[in-house]
Design a protein around this ligand. Structure first.
Ligand SMILES: [Ca+2]
Length: 456
């Protein structure tokens, strides 16, 4: 009886590790970004199936087309040539066009070439089409940008193609489509969008509400501060910031900007979770945590009022913007009102509750710390900033649009107030922006877990 309880606990622990492993990849530059771990058992894709299950130009897949690249255009320099001897290039055009692709596409293709040889010894990956300079594809095709390839195996045994498609997914292609009986279509994000997507969550200028209804920018927020959040029971509460899952003042990211009918504007990375509902009702339980990339005009979000109540507000526009600084505060409640709009503390795992549960140990540690040291220490340490300031940084965008927000753009680290692990985190910060707990979990997760266990 006792043993099975431990077995259950171990199982739950591993589930937590796995979740965190994904979190760190979502909010920070985790190892192997963009590469899906090799499943133990391969499942062939079906004819006409695509993965992920969005349209190719969705932000969650390869993203939108950015315009044709020709040999004379400046962007032609962004393409690289693939001379991998383990890949057969059809090159029926006799121009080497099938060897031209963006860097991300080349990396994925080279990984896939190895996977193909491992899967079917003696068989090679074959590329029938990569960059298209002849206009053979419909307008907006990613082939025109070297971001798409059509592939087969060199033995052209079509019964292999379902499995080939799955291998392509695992090689890291951002969108894979079993498009035709005679080839698999794969595409990737633009190189520059990958570079900025690695970081995540909210921009540094975004404001949260602290005690007394005051506003504070995320770049000046510190662990231990209390911010407005929504409790599990649907109450607006002041919830303690336990730590930052990701904190980087200088990294640029592409944010989605969700603007509501009453002028609130929430900016967050596409893989971050925000609470959305199709109808503007007051019942908070109707709002599901979903990737920001799924938010669309007409959806409703929850905002908090000056009286610490919630009310729904409709999204009137969704746009993209680039901004500097990425911040992901983890609150005790697991949620946070940013620019007045309710968002989750978590990213990448499309399950807010699971993610919240996985960070249970951090909350426990924090409670123990408070129990031992009490809240009074906070007051003493807040004023002691001489050892704790990081360099002041104010983005050009923030300076332009939000002059008022950046005035006190200094992060105070209240080191003595923090528990030992949190202090370790602060030391870690000098070399890394990703939290040590998530990193540790990532390492353990790599050893113990089959990442395919839970992810679709
Ligand atoms: Ca070709």
């Amino acid at each position: 009886m006792k043993q099975s309880w431990w077995a259950r606990l171990a199982q739950l622990g591993l589930l937590a590790l796995w979740t965190c492993m994904w979190l760190v990849q979502g909010c920070g530059p985790g190892p192997g970004y963009g590469i899906r771990s090799r499943a133990r058992k391969l499942t062939a894709m079906h004819y006409k199936q695509f993965f992920p299950n969005f349209s190719e130009n969705n932000l969650g897949a390869s993203g939108r087309a950015e315009g044709k690249i020709t040999r004379t255009s400046e962007r032609f320099n962004e393409l690289v040539c693939n001379y991998n001897p383990d890949i057969v290039f059809k090159d029926e055009e006799n121009t080497n066009a099938d060897r031209f692709m963006n860097k991300r596409c080349k990396d994925c293709l080279n990984r896939l070439a190895i996977a193909v040889m491992n899967q079917w010894p003696g068989v090679h990956l074959r590329v029938t089409e990569a960059w298209d300079e002849d206009g053979h594809h419909p307008p907006g095709s990613l082939h025109y940008e070297g971001r798409a390839v059509d592939i087969t195996t060199d033995d052209r045994e079509t019964e292999k193609y379902g499995l080939l498609a799955q291998l392509a997914v695992e090689a890291g292609f951002d969108w894979v489509h079993y498009e035709s009986k005679y080839h698999i279509h794969c595409s990737v994000k633009a190189d520059h969008s990958v570079a900025v997507e690695k970081g995540g969550c909210f921009p540094g200028w975004a404001r949260v509400t602290v005690a007394g209804g005051m506003q504070k920018s995320l770049s000046s927020l510190a662990a231990g501060d209390r911010v407005m959040a929504l409790s599990g029971t649907g109450q607006v509460v002041l919830s303690q910031v336990l730590l930052f899952l990701h904190q980087d003042q200088e990294s640029w990211s592409t944010f989605l900007s969700l603007e509501t009918e009453d002028g609130h504007r929430l900016a967050l990375t596409p893989h971050h979770l925000v609470f959305l509902a199709p109808h503007c009702r007051l019942n908070s339980s109707e709002y599901q945590a979903q990737f920001a990339s799924r938010a669309k005009t007409g959806d409703c979000v929850l905002i908090h009022t000056a009286e610490a109540q919630i009310r729904p507000s409709r999204i009137i526009s969704v746009s993209e913007e680039e901004s500097v600084g990425v911040y992901a505060p983890l609150t005790e409640a697991g949620s946070v009102f940013v620019e007045g709009v309710l968002a989750s503390s978590y990213a990448l795992v499309d399950d807010h509750r699971l993610a919240h549960w996985a960070f249970g140990p951090v909350r426990l540690l924090s409670s123990l710390n408070q129990l031992l040291w009490g809240e009074t220490r906070k007051g003493q340490q807040t004023t002691d900033s001489k050892t704790a300031c990081t360099k002041t940084y104010c983005s050009t965008l923030a300076a332009k649009d939000r002059a008022g927000v950046c005035v006190n753009n200094v992060t105070l680290y209240k080191q003595d107030y923090l528990s030992e692990p949190l202090r370790m985190e602060m030391k870690e910060k000098q070399t890394s922006d990703v939290h040590w707990y998530a990193k540790l979990l990532y390492s353990l997760g790599c050893i113990f877990l089959d990442s395919n266990s839970f992810h679709p």
